[in-house]
Ligand binder design. Sequence first.
Ligand code: SF4
Ligand code: SF4
Length: 93
Amino acid sequence: MNENALVWKQTTQENAKGTWTVFPELCKGCGLCIEKCPTNVIYWSDELGFMGTPTVKTRIEGCIICGMCEKVCPEPAIYVERKKKNIVFPENK
Ligand code: SF4
Ligand code: SF4
């Protein structure tokens, strides 16, 4: 759970690897996430952010949940969460 989720409008998308969330009201439209995404899945949205500039969306099927976009974003506008693997411990004998 990201604390921003309690305050700001959010759009979350999910794939097998995890979830990708954008908080459009926190995006300033700098384009850094688009530039740095290794799989080029982030693109401009029609929705405007707090600076009156376009915010971003992702094509979630191609997202590898690497977290790069969250890391380079100068605002807390993206939140990436990798799904935890179920670890199965062998039974004690
Ligand atoms: S998590 Fe990685 S692959 Fe997914 S949108 Fe962000 S930078 Fe691109
Ligand atoms: S890096 Fe952050 S502020 Fe810049 S366009 Fe992407 S989501 Fe918006």
